[in-house]
Design a protein around this ligand. Sequence first.
Ligand code: 2U9
Length: 356
Amino acid sequence: MENIEALREEVLAEVQKAVDLAALEDIRISALGKKGRITGLMKNLGKMDPDQRREFGQALNALKDQVASALDMRKGDLENAALEARLTGERIDVTLPSRPDESAGRIHPISQTIDEIVSIFGEMGFALAEGPDIEDDFHNFTALNIPPEHPAREMQDTFYLPEGEDGSRLVLRTHTSPVQIRTMQSKTPPIRIIAPGRTYRSDSDMTHTPMFHQVEGLVIDKKTHMGHLKGCLLEFVKTYFELDEVPVRYRPSFFPFTEPSAEMDIGCSRKGGELKIGAGDDWLEILGCGMVHPRVLAACGLDPEEYQGFAFGMGIERIAMLKYGIPDLRTFFDTDLRWLKHYGFVPLDVPNMVRG
Ligand code: 2U9
């Protein structure tokens, strides 16, 4: 018993004096390990008579528990002290710029351009509208005053799905205009929407891909006129190209769904083979537009005597190429990661109207 008491004092004092975790581990092994001092006393139990063994055994077990919990406590204290020392010793320089994350993804220029356009028109009170890529003949052609013999309806220009049982053929939408048709059918004016998305045409060369992106806008109200169209589109090109002033001109054009129709050009210079937008003696076609044809309004159940409005449309790849200096349309769809690293946008670091 005296042995046990002496050992208790000795081991507990050692535990308290341990300066680090390695010293503590040595103490644990020397007390509780296979050849440890407490383990050594345990081995003596076999030689004792039953009464003595019970008394001695209980005392030894209590000692073992006490030493184990003292070791645990000291371990916790030493770990806390080590952490405390690290925290006071190490300083984090919060002003250091972060390392570029090589594995971080990029926002595709198409997505970036759509976000920019939607946000510019959003500021002007336009709502985002979306619709299906697979459309019926009515929403893609008929309601848009596209006559049966129009070349846009031909197989060479449009992707048709296999004929249905009733002889009807669904199409991959050739423009996002069906989205506006669906909106006019389901909502009463005033309507102000912007409809970006994928469109499909059976066309493939240097400047055409079978799938491309368009954004179209539509404004319908009782007294919406061409002046609204011009003000709205001028505001858009100035904001999109980040210019205070942009010369614009409208050339007469033709679309089945608008009357009158026009193409909008912006001033530019092409001196020395370099395109500069916003000034100069040259012009660059940017979008098509016009007043919604009365037959289109009527096809959507709106009275052309009561309502009128304007619409416009542009190719997203084209205006992304102009703003971001991307020379080849087909590279948009090559899924080349090096291209995306070069032309893509770092999330949270994209240009916007607030930060520029
Ligand atoms: C409705 C009524 C009218 C949308 C318009 C254009 C002119 C146009 C082209 C630009 C380049 C398509 O991507 S492109 O090839 N679009 O010039 N789009 S007016 O007019 C509409 C749309 C919907 C109900």
